[in-house]
Ligand binder design. Structure first.
Ligand SMILES: [Cu+2]
Length: 277
């Protein structure tokens, strides 16, 4: 039996309500585009830059739209039967153009450069080098996993008491964590969305970053560099424990490491001497 066009139309229209997103679902979409919870003391700096960039660009975009559509309407054929030609090189036109250009340059380029340079210098590249409380971790990225190495009780890397974990980084809450990392094969990027921090792990060199945490829980670590066909699987977990649980975890892991680490196995000895620069 032939289905008439009107039947098809009715069928299509009947589907429309299911395509309309309910108010409740809109809420969840709004929630889903919110950034992940910030667990660091410096994440708000990145937030500020992100928000400022968005709003200042929205402002200038709106101004351009108002000008574009406003002048189109003002000088439309309906309102002006006779065309009006001018070259725009009068002093007031040049001044207005220069003022707008200067406004964009100051509010976008100058402000963003100034603020991001300050944040880099004072916070993100201000590494807690001489802080004895800092937790040091070495990270080896590879296709497609993250290896984490704590120095253990002796404070030296590549020794029998090193605690090595696959895809699991454990840190105590409130402490600064200093990370040195490299990659085994191709370029990867260590990305901690909840601390708003990211750095490339590059074969043949040691990259570093630091972060801190202000709440316990499990958070995602992702690879943020397209590194091969299983890049999407390259996830790890950041576990933030309170000090007591962290100490227990470290003690147990160290005891297990000393009992089972085969120091002759060169595959296990991927650590390096901590770079103090
Ligand atoms: Cu990767």
């Amino acid at each position: 039996m032939d289905i008439s066009i009107s039947d098809r139309l009715i069928g299509l229209i009947a589907k429309v309500p299911s395509l309309v997103v309910s108010a409740k679902e809109q809420m969840s979409i709004w929630e889903s585009i919110q950034p992940p919870v910030d667990i660091s003391s410096s994440g708000h700096l990145i937030h500020w830059l992100f928000n400022y960039t968005t709003y200042v660009n929205l402002f200038w975009f709106a101004l351009v739209c108002i000008g574009l559509f406003g002048f189109s309407w003002m000088y439309s054929a309906k309102r002006h039967k006779k065309p009006l030609y001018f070259h725009g090189n009068e002093k007031k036109h040049l001044m207005l153009t220069a003022m707008i250009g200067l406004g964009v340059f100051i509010s976008v380029d100058l402000v963003l450069t100034r603020v991001s340079t300050r944040d880099m210098k004072e916070t993100f590249w201000n590494f807690p080098q001489n802080d004895p409380e800092v937790i040091k971790v070495q990270v080896l990225a590879q296709q497609w996993a993250w290896n984490f190495r704590h120095a253990g009780k002796d404070g030296e890397f590549n020794t029998a008491d090193d605690v090595v974990e696959l895809n699991k980084l454990v840190v105590p809450v409130g402490k600064k964590v200093m990370i040195q990392m490299t990659a085994k094969d191709v370029i990867h990027a260590f990305y901690l969305p909840n601390a708003r921090i990211k750095a490339d792990a590059i074969p043949g060199r040691y990259a570093k970053l630091w972060f801190d945490t202000n709440r316990t829980g499990n958070y995602e670590i992702a690879c943020a560099e397209m590194c091969g066909n299983h890049h999407y699987l390259m996830k790890a977990q950041l576990t933030v424990l309170d000090q007591e649980n962290y100490d227990r975890w470290l003690n147990e892991s160290q005891a297990r490491a000393i009992a089972t680490n085969d120091t002759e196995d060169m595959n296990l000895r991927w650590g390096w001497k901590w770079e103090s620069r």
